[in-house]
Design a protein around this ligand. Structure first.
Ligand code: ADP
Ligand code: ADP
Ligand code: ZN
Length: 216
């Protein structure tokens, strides 16, 4: 029972992946979070990835795919997993198909969180994240209980460097060029499920769970 969260940067993939991971008791695998951990720890991979991430570009496929394959091979993915931010290119999707087959795992649904570009810009300006636990907030739409402090671990919230407006515009362009073709890729496989990502966080979660139930 594997799930993929697809959508533009800032569409709410991470927010929904965390909610679904709680609901379904499945690991949440975010390639963005994995890279940010490497950057923090200043590993070789982290240093290489940072050059691309800071420019709003995708990290090259060869630096991403093995990382995900290794993660999916771990025991906790046997009963299910939620991929967030992977795949982002057709090549990554094709590699994932092969890897899942080898591991004896399957995809249940690809959840496409749909949000138009103009809404993305305002969302990203207000995004605040916890660099300790990955908690994600929005100054207006999803504020923490205490201003600037993570609800889960009480550490300070920060603004991601790649959430500056110019970088967000670049990331949107990269999304349309390289990631959006995946919508058709998974539509052809009959596992795509599109939800309106402009509704409230809770409503989007409800709609995803309802749509998954109808397909089961
Ligand atoms: P967002 O949540 O805004 O979509 P992520 O946290 O998923 O962003 O990713 C941050 C950055 O990490 C991306 O802009 C990209 O540079 C890099 N990245 C994450 N996942 C991938 C991937 N599957 N392929 C290539 N680059 C990736
Ligand atoms: P992604 O992982 O797709 O980049 P996030 O889950 O990090 O997106 O969400 C981007 C920003 O938008 C965050 O600040 C988050 O709190 C906020 N957000 C997420 N879902 C919604 C929603 N349905 N309505 C309003 N804001 C949202
Ligand atoms: Zn936290």
């Amino acid at each position: 029972m594997g799930y993929i969260m697809l959508g533009a940067p800032g569409a709410g993939k991470g927010t929904q992946a965390i909610a679904l991971s709680k609901q379904f008791q499945m690991p949440h695998i975010s390639t963005g979070d994995i890279f940010r951990t490497h950057i923090k720890q200043q590993t070789e991979l982290g240093k290489k990835a940072k050059e691309y991430i800071d420019q709003g570009l995708l990290v090259p496929d060869e630096l991403v795919v093995d990382l995900v394959k290794d993660r999916l091979a771990q025991e906790d993915c046997k009963t299910g997993f939620i991929l967030d931010g992977f795949p982002r290119t057709i090549m990554q999707a094709q590699t994932l198909d092969v890897a899942l087959k080898e591991l004896g795992l399957s995809l249940h649904a690809v959840i496409n969180v749909d949000v138009p570009d103009d809404k993305i810009i305002t969302r990203m300006a207000g995004r605040r994240v916890c660099s300790h636990c990955g908690g994600t907030y929005h100054t207006k739409y999803n504020p923490p209980q205490e201003d600037g402090i993570c609800d889960h671990c009480q550490r300070s919230l920060i603004q991601r460097k790649d959430d500056e407006e110019e970088t967000v515009k670049k990331r949107l362009q990269v999304y349309h060029d390289q990631t959006q073709p995946l919508i058709e890729y998974y539509e052809d496989k009959k596992i795509l499920l599109t939800v309106d990502g402009t509704e409230s966080v809770d409503r989007v979660t409800e709609n995803i769970i309802k749509a998954l139930g109808e397909r089961a």
